[in-house]
Design a protein. Structure first.
Length: 158
């Protein structure tokens, strides 16, 4: 089988940030990278799960809700996939993640969808860790722009 596009990006060349993974017609997939790939520190599964619930809830209630296709965790536990329609610009995607992660950092309420009826593993959550784990990406996104969404931008600098 052919190696899929996302495995062809050199994962040793970039760190925490947001990147366009692929564009399929009018659908854009972003890699929302919260820790450095193969950096030895990964987001724990309970934290990733809590961030998933809060990130998805925030995105689907935001001003961009009609453009959100999917929000979900990476199996490598280094971040999230955000899939949008292309009527949402790269700057919009950066703004959304910044707002969603700020929302999570300050969240002190019941985790949405956290019951046996609504979730497949509702006991496996960790809000305290989630609130801390969103901070490194939030910091990086303070000074982020559309140009930096391109993996090539980072390949040439590292
Ligand atoms: Zn769940």
């Amino acid at each position: 089988m052919e190696k899929i596009a996302s495995f062809q990006v050199d994962h040793t060349k970039f760190g925490v940030g947001m990147y366009i993974s692929r564009v399929d017609g009018d659908i854009v997939t972003y890699d929302v990278r919260m820790v450095k790939p193969n950096g030895g520190v990964y987001v724990s599964n309970p934290s990733l799960h809590t961030i998933e619930h809060l990130f998805a809830t925030f995105a689907r209630n935001s001003r961009f809700k009609d453009s959100i296709i999917y929000v979900g965790p990476m199996g490598c536990r280094t971040g999230f996939y955000l899939i949008t329609r292309d009527d949402m610009s790269g700057a919009d995607a950066i703004a959304l993640v910044r707002e969603a992660y700020s929302f999570i950092a300050d969240y002190n309420d019941a985790i949405p969808g956290c019951t046996a009826v609504e979730c497949g593993n509702y006991l496996e959550h960790d809000l305290d860790s989630a609130k801390k784990d969103v901070l490194p990406l939030l910091k990086v996104l303070e000074n982020y722009n559309e140009e930096m969404l391109d993996y090539a931008y980072h390949m040439s600098r590292n």
